[in-house]
Design a protein around this ligand. Structure first.
Ligand SMILES: O=C(O)CCC(=O)C(=O)O
Ligand SMILES: [Fe+2]
Length: 318
């Protein structure tokens, strides 16, 4: 794999405005080629991000022994410590639709004093991200075909749900010629993922030519990427790209990744009209939860790379 650095130009969609046909066509191109794009007009204030940022800093600065009350061996399992995804990665999960209660169950174990500010802020962020995810899915459906959001949004996507991962990447002390991966190459097991990355950058997407391309952070925009569930549902008209996070020496990084997913029982099958006449269906139908379980069982204890994706699980040629 080449380590040479490049950055890509991705479309920036203002989701607060009606979309022009030209924006939809650049969106569908970007989703096919990269599976990544940017959004603005999301309505999340800098002030909310500052609050989330300082809460996250505080949370991860707590002693390990405190954080380990949240997982991986405890009953609530919201905390992923170092050395699971990578030596530099740790994260806290907050699940919807009741983000308040989910955050509160972690806060109760983390903080000595009752702390409802933490849960209130995460509730606010979680519910905003939920609205944004719904809008993004509608836009992505529009980009796939005329009227597709009317045909498919309610029937296929109305029971989707989301969860947030607050991620802290601790700074590596040594960065030699090979890059240090804070999070190794993977695809997301979502329909779409919405990422807030701080100004440090480090998120990279793998091109079809096997090059790592930088997704440069841009103030006020969020990064959206297509996940495996949409790649399968769209019969690969939308690409779930491999991506990773690389770290800079001595630099800490924080990100917020929001995953919007089908409900566990959902059976994913690309509709005929999405597949298109004369085209082959690339995936066999599969239940969402079965795929999540497959990924979980094939990834344990590896920080190098993710070996399997939805193609290995449900590819029609298997
Ligand atoms: O930290 C980031 O910028 C991206 C995280 C990510 O790709 C993930 O959690 O799936
Ligand atoms: Fe990811």
């Amino acid at each position: 794999m080449s380590e040479s650095q490049n950055s890509i130009q991705l479309p920036v969609l203002d989701i607060s405005k009606p979309l022009h046909p030209s924006s939809l066509s650049s969106l569908s191109q970007a989703c096919k080629e990269w599976g990544f794009f940017h959004i603005t007009g999301h309505g999340i204030s800098q002030d909310l991000y500052s609050k989330l940022y300082s809460l996250s800093k505080h949370l991860f600065s707590l002693p390990s022994i405190t954080k380990l009350k949240l997982g991986p061996s405890s009953s609530i399992k919201t905390y992923t410590p170092h050395f699971i995804a990578s030596p530099f990665f740790e994260s806290l999960r907050v699940s919807g639709p009741d983000f308040f209660t989910s955050a509160q169950s972690s806060a109760d174990l983390l903080f000595d004093q009752p702390n409802s500010e933490f849960s209130e802020i995460l509730q606010e962020y979680g519910s905003k991200m939920t609205e944004i995810s719904k809008r993004i899915l509608q836009i992505v459906l529009m980009s796939l075909g005329d009227g597709f959001e009317r045909k498919y949004y309610e029937s296929e996507f109305s029971d989707c749900n989301g969860y947030l991962r607050i991620i802290n990447y601790s700074p590596p002390e040594k960065v030699e010629d090979k890059e240090v991966e804070g999070l190794g190459m993977h695809t997301d097991m979502s329909c779409v993922t919405i990422v807030y990355q701080d100004e440090i950058g480090g998120l990279q997407v793998r091109s079809k030519e096997d090059k790592w391309m930088d997704i440069i952070p841009c103030e006020g925009t969020l990064v959206v990427n297509i996940g495996d569930l949409m790649q399968a549902w769209s019969n690969e008209q939308l690409r779930s790209s491999e991506h990773r996070v690389v770290l800079k020496r001595f630099v800490n990084r924080i990100s917020l990744a929001f995953f919007w997913c089908f409900e566990d029982e959902k059976v994913i099958l690309a509709p005929d009209e999405v597949v298109g006449e004369g085209e082959m269906r690339i995936y066999k139908p599969f239940a969402c939860l079965d795929y999540l379980k497959f990924r979980e069982s094939s990834e344990k204890g590896k920080f190098e790379k993710v070996g399997y994706t939805v193609k290995d699980f449900a590819g029609a040629e298997l």
